[in-house]
Design a protein around this ligand. Structure first.
Ligand SMILES: [Zn+2]
Length: 120
């Protein structure tokens, strides 16, 4: 009987633990159920419109929520410090913050050229 030969194939991969659980990592970053609620609230409040772009005359959807004043600069989690933001602006803002630069929204939009053509 080839019982012995079956054994290796039945062994489960060791890497089972490697499956990442998104919830775990999100919570590890400090975003829990309260954040999910706040996020929903802000997206609804802003009608899903990206606020930084809106301030600069561009209307489009944002799917992320941003801390206007970053948490490590003393910004809170209350709605007044939260805004709907699009991936592109969020990325640029996060990058500036990571490099220790002050985020200058106006300058960033000015530097993008084309987009503001309508305002002129
Ligand atoms: Zn935007």
């Amino acid at each position: 009987m080839p019982v012995k030969m079956l054994a290796p194939r039945l062994a489960t991969p060791k890497s089972r633990q490697g499956w990442s659980d998104r919830r775990t990592s999100r919570h590890a970053r400090g975003y829990g159920a309260a954040w999910d609620k706040a996020r929903e609230r802000v997206l609804t409040r802003d009608c899903g419109i990206c606020q930084p772009c809106k301030r600069h005359g561009i209307l489009h959807e944002g799917h992320e929520v941003d801390h206007i004043v970053p948490k490590d600069q003393g910004g809170g989690d209350d709605d007044s410090n939260l805004q709907t933001i699009c991936t592109e602006v969020h990325k640029a803002k996060t990058q500036a913050e990571r490099m220790g630069q002050a985020w200058d929204e106006g300058q960033w939009f000015a530097g993008r050229g084309g987009l503001k053509s309508e305002a002129k």
